[in-house]
Write a protein that binds this ligand. Sequence first.
Ligand SMILES: O=C(CO)[C@@H](O)[C@H](O)COP(=O)(O)O
Ligand SMILES: [Fe+2]
Length: 217
Amino acid sequence: MKKIAPSILSADFSKLAAEVAEVEQAGADYLHIDVMDGHFVPNVTFGPNVIQSLRPCTRLPLDVHLMMTNPENYIEAFAKAGADIISVHAETCPHLHRVLQLIHTSGARAGVVLNPATPVSALEYVMDSTDLILIMTVNPGFGGQTFIPGMIDKIRQTRDLIANQSRPIEIEVDGGINGETAKSCADAGADVFVAGSFIFGKKDRAQAVQSLRSALS
Ligand SMILES: O=C(CO)[C@@H](O)[C@H](O)COP(=O)(O)O
Ligand SMILES: [Fe+2]
């Protein structure tokens, strides 16, 4: 079953708990939370305190996407705040394998994120410590950007790479996801679909989640 992960980056922050409740009731599977440090990416968003405040508001697994340099310094804080999945960018981690192990020791599932320009080969020697692979389908930093079509082939390559792994590894896509791009990514082998502006940019968030679900079914 394909999973939908609304990204709160495009939500109305003045009523975040209500926004989250609406997408949860509409059948979302994960809640995607974009952490940006103004250094790795040119934007600043949330820290662990926002995750801690959201934790009691929802039963959805909190899928935390760290767009920050030196993420290893904050893994424990995010895990303690309630993150269920913590994903780090391969580009920010010279010691990627160690960081993934640290995520596991902190009690969360570990994800690796690849920027559009980063090849799938970056994943080759960390598969034993990876639970989720996040393929960026836009350059990270902002919501509302246009999907990069060349990423479809990258999803296929990632699917091939994980084909002979004994552990389950999910492929997530993030950026410019709508009904049409989600369907193309699903056909290429993606499992989890992050959508920010497609869901929170609509007046009726529940209807947006449902339309994404029907595009995927
Ligand atoms: O990580 C990011 C952006 O860097 C995302 O998770 C965005 O929140 C996706 O937004 P849309 O492209 O769906 O509007
Ligand atoms: Fe994200």
